[in-house]
Write a protein that binds this ligand. Sequence first.
Ligand code: CTP
Length: 403
Amino acid sequence: MLLENKHIVLAVSGGIAAFKAASIASMLCKRGAVVKCIMTHNATAFITPLTLREITGNPVAVSMFDDVTEFNIEHIALARWADAFVIAPATADVIGKIAAGIADDLVTTTVMATKAPVLIAPAMNSNMFLNPIVQDNIKKLRDYGYQFVEPASGHLACGVIGIGRLPEPEEIVDYIELTACRTDRLKGKKVIVTGGGTRESIDPVRFIGNHSSGRMGFAIAKAAVLAGADVTLVAGTTDHLKTPVGVMRRIDVGSTNEMKDAVDSYYDACDLVIKAAAVADYRVAHPAKNKIKKSEETMDLKMEKNPDILYGLGQRKDHQTLVGFAAETTNVIEYGTAKLKKKNLDMLVANDVAAKGAGFQGTTNIATLLFPDGTVEKLDKMSKDELAAIIVERAAQIIDKKK
Ligand code: CTP
């Protein structure tokens, strides 16, 4: 687990969304983090320190002048202890104070003293959030390097529908994970990741597709974001997967040709392409304009070849690093090596999609990494997240060697 033993300071300020801090703290603990909470006085009107203390197993402080001998919470010590510092929810007041350099309570003094990355999750009434003073404060803090979680839109506690809601705790925790764990390994690199399956229309209501869930590609996108890259995720059909937090842009595509157009348009400026998508090799030659009615006992579909997107990228490869996948059911290494060469790749992730614990569905995979110099790296069965981290690290090593 990425957050295992990471030190997270969760600061809670006084808005109605303060009650969500309990779920955030709980999820952080479940993901292995060590969490210490601090609160503004106003926050205690919405949620008690005791609640957060019981959830985190750690003392919770509100005042600068609490009895620190029992609680062992002191602003400088806490500021140093943090791997990531989170304010969720953050009111207009606390954002304004930090932007103005005011440090007059435990939350604002600790955030001022920390060198850890700071993540701020604003939550307030829409008019307050959109107020130019608040927006200026956010911009100022962003320019100083503070990170923000954009509030969600929806029904607000004040009865209004608009922007200003604290996003769901899971999303906040994903952002915290990124804030605490992001490295500079691929900083400044532009990465395209494809995931999911493409589908080819037969008529307006039917298509030919495949069993790809998109999990491998999405896990790679997340790993590349964690490595600090600027990630473009080109997504075919998936099991309704959510975009990993921190992905710069997601482009949803249907057919192979749509995927090709999306990838091609970002290719020249990119440094690394990882093509985990399961791409349809053929499309229906003449998709029907109207729904096909059943009549005959049998039906023939004429198919024509789709472009091989990865092959095309390999042909016009310049500075880019190219990583392909090979989904095989037999002769995995032999077929994989042939694809690596034919498509002019820097690495190929071969997997036996018929093996138990590998392939399209499920959360694990078993892969063998193949390289142009003949190196073969056989990996054990592991989670798609773990495999994604290894693939991204190997790709980073290839980029290092090219320097
Ligand atoms: N790929 C692609 N465009 C295609 C087909 C495949 O870009 N039209 C990419 C896939 O995203 C993957 C790699 O090529 O990274 C290998 O895909 P795979 O389906 O294993 O192999 P194919 O080249 O299609 O060969 P075959 O289906 O004959 O095994």
